[in-house]
Design a binder for this molecule. Sequence first.
Ligand code: ATP
Ligand code: MN
Length: 463
Amino acid sequence: MVNRRIAEILRSGQPDEQIAIKGWVRTRRESKGFAFLEVNDGSSLANLQVVLNADMPNYAEVIKQLNTGASLEVAGILVASPGKGQRIELQASNVTVYGDADPKTYPLQKKGHSFEFLREIGHLRSRTNSFGAVFRVRNACARAIHQFFQERGFLWIHTPIISASDCEGAGEMFAVTSFNLKDVPLTEAKEVDYSKDFFGKPAYLTVSGQLEAEVMAMAFSNVYTFGPTFRAENSNTSRHLAEFWMVEPEMAFCDLQGDMDLAEAFLKHVFKYVMETCPEDMAFFNERIDKSVLATADNIINNQFERLTYTDAIALLEKADKQFQYPVKWGLDLQSEHERYLAEEVFKKPVILTDYPTEIKAFYMRLNDDEKTVRAMDILAPKIGEIIGGSQREERLDVLERRIKAQGLNSEDYWWYLDLRRYGTVPHAGFGLGFERLVQFMTGMGNIRDVIPFPRAPLTVEF
Ligand code: ATP
Ligand code: MN
């Protein structure tokens, strides 16, 4: 007999088909002469209803074991469901229990649990409706990302997870060492002697693959990274993880305009793809998590993003009749409250801010002629704030060297990065998207720890 996935059966299964399914019991209801099981195999939000007749050969024996959480195989015949709520159900002829789940200890009983509680049982939470929906949508986002870039001829490149460069201090870094921490070799000056460490110099978990992506863009024109990055952010926010995934396209022969156009088309594509492939999960989020999820997706797909300069945004914020916790002044980095005010209250859609003050942005961003601003762009999204950060890169060797010095960095550390400007330099641009921020934004999930299967955050590394 053919084993089939429940999503496919609910979509296209027909009465009289002989089938078998495998999955986990969500609920069991007994009535005279029958038992009803709701079975889920992770392929969809909806369960398949399974009907067991009490005259089934091993009924008495299996029914005891079929509690919430038990795993099983059911073989039987599909029948049109006389009950409300489902088109089709499975009339069981044979049930095999793989593993039971003691109802006295299995923590996922029928009632709704808080996300905080579910984080404490991270190994089981994916068996709930909410996390099932989140991780199916996360998968769809990942597919959409690859599809978007692959269709446009971008090369997916794998940048290193262990890196010696700190990408201009994008965030606090985790050190990578093979030293025995109880006996670290010291120099005569009593400093750590990295020459004796595994790599012969300090090494870290990467905070961004951008500098390496630029290397690859100078050979393949259009590339993207999609992989894990790490930041030792000692901040317990609902938007920061210590380990998160980033998507970083990098395009040669591209300016900030092209960068913004690509980023906007990219977000639209991902939303469209998820709406088309996960309508049931998205409807669930809209109903249970955040009533604005579908409207937001519609807004992203169908509206042009607002574009304005940082300077104009500051003027708007200064005029706002709203008390910000952090007062606004030209030259200051925008806080999440400012970003959200612009996206949620002023424009009510995503906003692309450009041309930020030189002082608050990284050395590699292209200097404007006014020397006060750089060709940076951030995309600010309602509810989330910054979701994408990008820029046109500085392709002029002399300007780049000057900027490295001005930021107190050592240009020798960047010798290979500077070589890209010595040999065949071109205008180029790219951006970074925090993958979990995207999934958060898409699903309306309030805490970033609930959109990655195994969150890493301060004091959080259990599962
Ligand atoms: P924030 O100000 O929110 O901390 P950032 O300025 O440090 O962000 P970038 O260095 O520009 O962020 O990183 C690129 C993208 O990665 C951000 O736009 C954001 O979507 C995401 N991101 C940054 N830090 C984290 C984190 N700790 N956890 C999850 N995503 C993150
Ligand atoms: Mn940060």
